[in-house]
Design a protein. Structure first.
Length: 213
C-alpha cells in the first residue's frame, strides 16, 4: 500500500530533485503525478524507471491524491496552496509563502515533528535551505544548553533561484569571456563572478514555532 503523490513544479530543478529523492529513499508511492503550468502539459519527467507526462495545474483533480509536494514559487503557493489543501491532500510547501502563517506548522522532521498536530489548512511549510540544516545542528545543543541567540551569515547559490537563476549565471559566465555579460534579468545585478548582498528579516525557525511562536 502506497501513497498517491503529486509534485507541483515538476519541471523545475527542485521538482525534478524531489522525484529523485523519493525514488532514492524508496518512498511508498502507489501513483505519481507530475504537475506544472499549462505551457508544460505533456513535458516528460522521470521518476525512477517511469516517464511521467506533466499535467495541468489548473485542471488537475487534487482530491485523488494523498500528498502534494509544492515547489513552484511563492506566487503559485499563494494562489493554489489553500485550494489544494481544501480538496483533501496534505500539502508540503517548499516556498516562503506559508512560513509566517500561524495556521501552518513550520516543520523540520528531525527537530519538531510533533508540530504537525497544529496543521489547520492541510498545509505544512518547511524553512529555507539554510535554516533547515542549521536547526538540525542547533536542536541537540539547545536541548543541552538552551541557546538564546544565534548570529548567522549565509552564502546562497544561484540554484536557490531555480533554473532561471542557473541559466543566467551560465550565460553571463560565457559572456564575460567572449562579448561581455548580458544584462541581468533574474537578479538585480550581474551574478557571474559576483556576490549580491541581501537579507531575510522574516527568518522564523522551527524551534521558535515549537516553543509557541
Amino acid at each position: 500500500m502506497g501513497y498517491r503523490v503529486a509534485v507541483v513544479g515538476a519541471t523545475g530543478n527542485v521538482g525534478r530533485e524531489m522525484f529523485n529523492i523519493l525514488e532514492e529513499v524508496n518512498f511508498p508511492v502507489e501513483k505519481m503525478h507530475a504537475i506544472a503550468s499549462r505551457k508544460s502539459i505533456g513535458v516528460e519527467v522521470s521518476f525512477g524507471a517511469q516517464i511521467l507526462k506533466c499535467e495541468d495545474l489548473a485542471q488537475f483533480d487534487f482530491s485523488k491524491v494523498d500528498i502534494v509536494l509544492m515547489s513552484a514559487g511563492g506566487a503559485i503557493s499563494k494562489e493554489w496552496g489553500e485550494k489544494i489543501g481544501a480538496a483533501g491532500p496534505i500539502v508540503i510547501d517548499n516556498s516562503s509563502h506559508f512560513r509566517m502563517d500561524p495556521d501552518v506548522p513550520l516543520i523540520v522532521p528531525e527537530v519538531n515533528p510533533d508540530a504537525v498536530k497544529d496543521m489547520r489548512k492541510n498545509i505544512i511549510a518547511n524553512p529555507n535551505c539554510s535554516t533547515a540544516q542549521l536547526v538540525v545542528v542547533l536542536k541537540p545543543l539547545h536541548d543541552e544548553a538552551k541557546i538564546k541567540r544565534v548570529v548567522v551569515s549565509t552564502y546562497q547559490s544561484v540554484s536557490g533561484a531555480g533554473k532561471e537563476g542557473m541559466d543566467e549565471l551560465w550565460e553571463q559566465t560565457k559572456g564575460v569571456f567572449v562579448l561581455g555579460a548580458p544584462p541581468p534579468k533574474k537578479f538585480t545585478k550581474q551574478i557571474a563572478f559576483n556576490v549580491i548582498p541581501t537579507s531575510t528579516p522574516s527568518w522564523r525557525t522551527a524551534s521558535r514555532r515549537k516553543s509557541g511562536r
